[in-house]
Design a protein around this ligand. Structure first.
Ligand code: 13P
Length: 256
């Protein structure tokens, strides 16, 4: 059996100036910068990436962006590309977050182009999927997730797929304080794993980390993280403060 290393990623969203970000990262490096039990990634807004990279230098904590464009360069006002992110030492990029999907109209085919571009540039995509409350109530959760996973990963090779991270984030649980029950989350995570088996085969599917996101906090993390197919968390609110983020990483490290 493959033991997947847990991954805790902090999505800061549109929060923190570069100076605030450096202050947080400095605290995180002091608390977690040498540990290797859990993979840790922080995802500041674009303006804070470079200064965060410097503050993370020499630590085991990795840097991620929250979005990118799929072209390498060109007339795309307001956008940032994969080579630009690589140049400032980002290793991960969140793609298809539900806030990008709902507030900025990003659709599966568009997100898929970004996934392909990220992989081509050796950035690990953290592909976000998840249903809205209306979709859950209509009983279409698994269908919605299936479409998002299949369309998001179209054209990805088996070899590349093993490096992808998927984040299951039920939209109704994001920033609401409403967390999915462990059974609800595990059900969808297992379903995603099954989809990955069909798409890429069992060996690859067993390597892919599937994170849970949506009001994950130190109090609810141990139970969620002990589920068979929950390999970590994509953390919003609780990643903005060193204490809660550090506690989440410790929870992940404590899961056997
Ligand atoms: P919260 O942890 O604030 O609910 O946000 C989750 C999220 O959207 C992470 O990407």
């Amino acid at each position: 059996m493959i033991i997947r290393k847990k991954l805790i990623a902090g999505n800061w969203k549109m929060n923190k100036t570069p100076a605030d970000g450096v202050a947080l990262v400095t605290e995180l490096v002091a608390a977690l910068g040498k540990q290797t039990d859990v993979d840790v990634v922080v995802c500041p807004p674009f303006t804070g990436l470079e200064s965060a990279a410097k503050a993370l230098d020499g630590s085991t904590i990795k840097l991620g962006a929250q979005n990118m464009h799929f072209e390498a360069s060109g007339a795309f006002t307001g956008e940032v590309s994969a080579p630009m992110l690589r140049a400032i030492f980002a290793t991960h990029v969140i793609l298809g977050h539900s806030e990008r999907r709902t507030l900025f109209g990003e659709q599966d085919a568009f997100i898929n182009k970004k996934v392909i571009a990220a992989l081509k540039n050796q950035l690990r995509p953290i592909l976000c999927v998840g249903e809205t409350l209306a979709e859950r109530e209509a009983g279409t959760t698994l269908k919605v997730v299936q479409t998002q996973v299949e369309a998001g990963l179209e054209g990805v090779s088996k070899e590349q797929a093993a490096t992808v991270v998927i984040a299951y984030e039920p939209v109704w649980a994001i920033g609401t304080g409403k967390v999915a029950t462990t059974d609800q989350a595990q059900e969808v995570h297992a379903y995603i794993r099954g989809l990955l088996v069909k798409l890429f085969g069992d060996a690859v599917a067993q390597k892919v980390r599937i994170l849970y996101g949506g009001s994950m906090k130190p109090a609810n993390a141990p139970e969620l993280l002990s589920q068979k197919d929950i390999d970590g968390g994509l953390i919003g609110g609780a990643s903005l403060e060193a204490r809660s983020f550090t506690d989440l990483v410790k929870s992940a490290a404590a899961v056997k």
